[in-house]
Write a protein that binds this ligand. Structure first.
Ligand SMILES: Cc1cc2nc3c(=O)[nH]c(=O)nc-3n(C[C@H](O)[C@H](O)[C@H](O)COP(=O)(O)OP(=O)(O)OC[C@H]3O[C@@H](n4cnc5c(N)ncnc54)[C@H](O)[C@@H]3O)c2cc1C
Length: 570
């Protein structure tokens, strides 16, 4: 069902069983759970799907080594189970990531850990080798029964410096263990959404649709046209992450404060020396102020983060200049000889961790676990189930928990589990991708390299993108084709350039944007939407404004630099 059909159906019949508000990874997860049980469920997001925290994560699929020192053993165990499920259910996007912790002390952290255990301090301290050893041993114990990846190992100073010659020479030793990373979290969320919609006739979803209280209950507003439509759910699920309190207020739910979100920012850096210095590992290190920072190779660039700052309004967050400096300073601590030039920062992004309300003075100590709470019905408003907290890694178990509570309220029973359910292009994943890609190339008359590229982007759904190159064309200064972008626009609920460049593809985050490409994609999008020249120009300038304001990309400067470079080359 396309957007117009969904809106038309709602105009005719505003009654639904469950309204999920929020199309981040957790909203999509509970939506999928309910759709699979045959529940009449509608998901709405005021923006695009996976445009909030679910596009701002550090892209780690992890147990959370750090949470062990907060005593969150249940969460770490659950996260490791979910991490391992994702390695199997979404192998096209989730992959093992060797992770190395540089160690500068042997004993430190032990006394502080004990004091913190007794509740005498919340202050972080440097973590020495023994504390790290204890954490990694526990990690290995939790995954012993499945053992999908190698156990941890330590390296002495000499071996560490030999393996990572650019690392801070004050290092004493290092520890390497395995976690995982997700290359395209936004696409994984979208694939799950489309899987859910395809699973029957009871699940519908609308992006760019806001919800608020109206005179006779609740109303949806199509933010693209301004049209308002009444909606009458039996149950609401508030899955709006950092916006939970604002949403409860907007729909008129009488709820206490639930959210105490913190902002985190990241940089994407295009520096070959740094990329190569990592040797394919994530470096998971402690900054001089005791905060954990990370950096790892990401789609040919390096992802570095993050910050942890309390915020009230998730709509206003972006990576500010002081955060950029903080992140670069932290990098200089671990790789002191590597200097990052301004124009090597190709993308910045920020989002709000949906943490439960807490008065803890150290944001790193706020619990990372998730839970659900009902706000009971009052007046015209049905009961609202609020999903509070939650990491990206645990979206499945969190969605399952919320769905079970919703099913109980609706008097329904679960008949399908998502534990072993492959997602999107992770279905029928080949044991040998090389053979699969060669077969795809032969069948669709593609170069093998192109088939491999499509497989890396879409997993086994690459089949849907396999347009013979003779009937397709590559877009300017890009390795995406016009056929690929057309298919994305036609089938993936695209409404703007930002949807394409920021969430349906990794073009922006991997530093691949340029004006020629934006204009070529705009032509395709405008033709598909029937936009006139003024609408297309407005879309172009809105997108360039967004890039400059939110992501630190000023393409007018870039185009001048490119022109200068071409002139020099000529
Ligand atoms: C800096 C940072 C780093 C992180 N790193 C990791 C990591 O490496 N690994 C990991 O597992 N987790 C990580 N996380 C946590 C993870 O990203 C989040 O927990 C997860 O994405 C939250 O998803 P969500 O669906 O609850 O919220 P969101 O993704 O924020 O979704 C909420 C949605 O609600 C919509 N919305 C808001 N108000 C309304 C309304 N009134 N009507 C309709 N829609 C509305 C928003 O538009 C948004 O799309 C990180 C988070 C941050 C911020």
């Amino acid at each position: 069902m396309n957007r117009n059909d969904t809106l038309a159906a709602l105009r005719e019949r505003p009654d639904i069983a469950v309204l999920v508000i929020g199309g981040g990874i957790n909203g999509i997860s509970v939506f999928r759970e309910l759709a699979l049980q045959g529940v009449d469920v509608l998901l709405v997001d005021k923006g695009d799907y996976c445009s909030g925290a679910s596009a701002a994560l550090s892209r780690m699929v992890h147990g959370g080594l750090r949470y062990l020192e907060n005593g969150e053993f249940k969460l770490v165990r659950e996260s490791l189970v979910e991490r391992d499920r994702l390695l199997k259910n979404a192998p096209h996007y989730v992959a093992p990531l060797p992770t190395t912790v540089p160690i500068f002390d042997t004993f430190s952290g032990i006394a502080n850990g004990a004091v913190r255990f007794l509740g005498l301090t919340r202050r972080p301290s440097r973590r020495g080798a023994l504390v790290i050893k204890a954490g990694l041993t526990m990690y290995d114990l939790f995954t012993r029964a499945r053992r999908l990846m190698p156990t941890h190992r330590f390296r002495g100073r000499a071996e560490t410096l030999k393996t990572w010659p650019a690392i801070n020479p004050d290092i004493r030793s290092s520890a390497t263990y395995y976690d995982a990373w997700v290359s395209r979290p936004e696409r994984l969320g979208l694939e799950m959404l489309f899987d859910a919609i395809a699973s029957g006739h009871t699940a519908r979803a609308l992006n760019y649709t806001a919800v608020a209280a109206s005179d006779d209950g609740l109303a949806l507003t199509d933010t693209l046209t301004g049209e308002a439509l009444p909606v009458r759910p039996k149950l609401i699920i508030n899955a709006t992450g950092g916006w939970i309190d604002l949403t409860n207020k907007a729909i008129g739910a009488d709820a206490p404060r639930m959210m105490g979100g913190t902002k985190g920012s990241h940089l994407i850096v295009d520096n070959a020396e740094l990329h190569d210095a990592l040797g394919g590992h994530m470096v998971y290190y402690e900054n001089e102020d005791g905060r954990i920072c990370i950096l790892f190779p990401y789609l040919g660039k390096v992802l570095i983060g993050s910050t942890d700052i309390r915020v009230d309004d998730p709509d206003q967050v972006r990576c500010e200049d002081d955060e950029r400096s903080y992140i670069l300073q932290s990098l200089a601590f671990v790789f002191p000889s590597i200097v990052i030039a301004d124009d090597e920062i190709v993308f910045r992004f920020a989002g709000v961790r949906p943490l439960p309300a807490s008065d803890d003075s150290f944001t790193g100590r706020i619990p990372r676990d998730h839970f659900c709470e009902f706000v009971e019905a009052s007046g015209n408003l049905p009961a609202t189930l609020c999903m509070i907290g939650g990491k990206w890694t645990t979206f499945r178990s969190f969605g399952e928990m919320a769905a079970d509570m919703a099913l109980e309220r609706l008097g329904m029973k679960r008949n399908k589990s998502t534990e072993d359910l492959a997602i999107g292009g992770g279905r029928n994943f080949p044991a040998d991708p090389a053979i699969w890609c060669t077969a795809l190339a032969t069948k669709h008359r593609l170069a093998v390299e192109r088939a491999q590229q499509l497989f890396e982007r879409y997993g086994t759904s690459a089949v849907d993108f396999a347009v013979p190159l003779a009937a397709d064309e590559m877009l300017p200064q890009s390795d995406y084709s016009s056929g690929e972008i057309r298919r994305i626009i036609e089938r993936e609920q695209v409404e703007s350039l930002a949807d394409i460049f920021l969430r349906r593809t990794t073009i922006a985050i991997s530093g691949g944007l340029n004006l020629a490409l934006i204009d070529a994609v705009l032509d395709i999008l405008a033709a598909s939407k029937g936009w006139d020249a003024a609408q297309a120009a407005a879309e172009r300038s809105a997108f360039l404004g967004l890039l400059a304001h939110q992501h630190g990309i000023d393409l007018s400067d870039l185009s001048q630099t490119n022109d200068k470079r071409s002139a020099l080359c000529a």
